[in-house]
Every structure is written in C-alpha cells, then in structure tokens.
Ligand binder design. Structure first.
Ligand SMILES: [Zn+2]
Length: 234
C-alpha cells in the first residue's frame, strides 16, 4: 500500500468534508439570515401601521356617511316643523330633532377619535418607513459578506477537487477500492496518522505490544489500528 499517497488522498477528502460542514455553519450565513429576519419583522410592523391607518379611514368614512344621513333626516323634520300647527306635533318633531343632534354629536366625537388614530398611524408608518432603508442596506451588506465567504469556500473546494485525481493516480485500483470501503465504514476517515503511540482516528494510545505488531507489519501492507480498525500511517 502506498501509505503516503493514501494519506494525501485522505487529507484532501477530510478537507472537502470540513468545507461541506462549514457551509451551513458560516457566521456570515447566520448574520445574513438575522438581517433578513429584521427586515421582514420591520415590514410587518409597517403593514400593521398601514392597517391601523386603513381602519381609521374606514371609520371616518362610516361616521361621515351616518352624519350625512342624519343631516338629511333632520332637514326633513325641520321642513315638517315649519308646516305643523299643533303644539304637541311640534314638540314631538323637536324631540326627534334633538335626538338626531345628539347622535350627530356622538358621530363627531367618533370621527375626531378616528382622525387622531389615523394621524398616529401615519406618524408611526413615517417613522418605520424612515428606518427601513438602513435595515435593507445592512441586509445587502451581510449578503455581500456571505457571497464573499461562500466564494472562498468554493475556491478551496475547487482546488481540492483538482488535486484529488492527482492523488488517486498515485494509487492502484485495489488501493482506491480498499480506501473507499474503509471510508464508508469509518465515517469518512479511512486512514489515520500514528502519532507516537496515539491513533489520530480514534485518539487512543496503542500498547507496547500493539506497537510491536504495527512495527512488524510487512512492507507494502498497512497496519490497522487495533482500537478503531483504521489504516495507520506512521
Ligand atoms: Zn484508532
């Protein structure tokens, strides 16, 4: 087994795995998502302010309609009043007119309240609208940062993919097959460095007797870690 070439291939594949794991965990991605969420939440507040304005406008319109109806009714009663002679009839009409006047006063109060509400909603919306561009600019900046960070990973990825066939070319088909099987079996790490007595695959120390077995492995064969079973390269 070409230990050096196997280890080179393993290093490339491990680096590719690291890049793939980095992508969803990029701090730039989290920052961009947070900035987008801030813009969305702000737009929701703007929509709520607009709904407040619309509701106030609708009640202003309703009050004005009702007021106009009352005015029409009152004009009719006032015209009637000019023609009646009997005092009791006149009294009854005046009482109805007074009721209508009270209703109109009530509507006027409602309309004033709605006008206040509309003005407050418009003030709120103006404030929120003024703050929106800064949030959008911040979101665009985080997007640019994310694009830059992603491009960096893409470049590393492309470099590793270019180097991989070169490393594979150093190995026989049999060695590549054994490597691929071991990688599937050992969760991506088929070949581990033996650092002193320690296996870098499982991070356990080999006993002196196990070290003797490793050292006694015939040339051309790769020893396996007695703990995890990975190929060991010294
Ligand atoms: Zn091990």
């Amino acid at each position: 087994m070409n230990a050096a070439a196997l280890l080179a291939l393993q290093d490339i594949d491990s680096a590719l795995t690291t890049i793939a794991n980095k992508r969803p965990r990029l701090p730039e991605l989290a920052a961009h998502k947070a900035a987008l969420a801030a813009v969305a939440a702000h737009r929701e507040r703007m929509a709520a302010a607009q709904a407040r304005i619309d509701a106030a406008a609708a009640s202003i319109e309703a009050a004005e309609h009702a007021s106009a109806d009352i005015t029409t009714k009152r004009s009719r009663l006032e015209a009637q009043l000019k023609t009646v002679i009997a005092p009791r009839e006149a009294e009854a009409l005046m009482s109805q007119i007074a009721t209508l006047n009270a209703q109109r006063d009530e509507l006027d109060v409602q309309e004033l309240e709605a006008l206040d509400e509309q003005a407050a909603g418009e003030g709120e919306l103006a404030e929120l609208s003024a703050a929106l561009p800064a949030l959008e600019t911040a979101a665009a900046a985080t997007e640019a940062e994310l694009t830059r960070a992603t491009a960096e990973l893409d470049a590393e990825d492309a470099d590793l993919h270019a180097r991989r066939p070169v490393a594979v070319a150093e190995l026989t088909a049999e060695e590549v097959g054994a490597y691929d099987r071991a990688r599937q079996h050992f969760d991506g790490v088929a070949v581990a460095r033996l650092d002193g007595h320690r296996c870098h695959g499982c991070h356990l120390d080999l006993s002196p007797a196990e070290m003797d077995v490793v050292k006694g492995t015939p040339a051309g064969q790769l020893p396996e870690c007695p703990q995890c079973g990975r190929y060991l390269v010294r």
